[in-house]
Design a protein. Sequence first.
Length: 147
Amino acid sequence: MQPIDKSKELTATVKLVNNKLQFAGHVEGNEPVSIDYTPPLGDNLGYTSLELLLLSLSSCLGSAVLTFLRKMNKTIQGCEIQVHGLRKQEHPTGLHEISVNISINSPDVTESDMLKVIRLSEDTYCPVWSMLKGNVEMKTQFSIRQG
């Protein structure tokens, strides 16, 4: 049997683990994650689905930005991405706005570099961003610490 090319095909499984809404989520080869909902429907024993979406966006955008900066031979000493989502008040209560704040620690990354790699990431290389744009208002900002 040929191994699955994860760049072409992805499979994830969730399995109910209690009598409320807690699931164990699993992707082959990785540790399971706990997914739950807030009380009273759930027990708040894991990430919510929207929290996982925000984590996916953060890591996707961060991976693209860091890959481009490293291809530009920039020195990266640290990176933190904070994402804040605002939910709709009516059902479905998905996100209507997401704000992304990227903090880079680097002695040689410039504002121009960041504008370029963020634009490339958002426009072309981050599939999670691509799926969200047009459905959610997206705001991006960044800071560079050179120390």
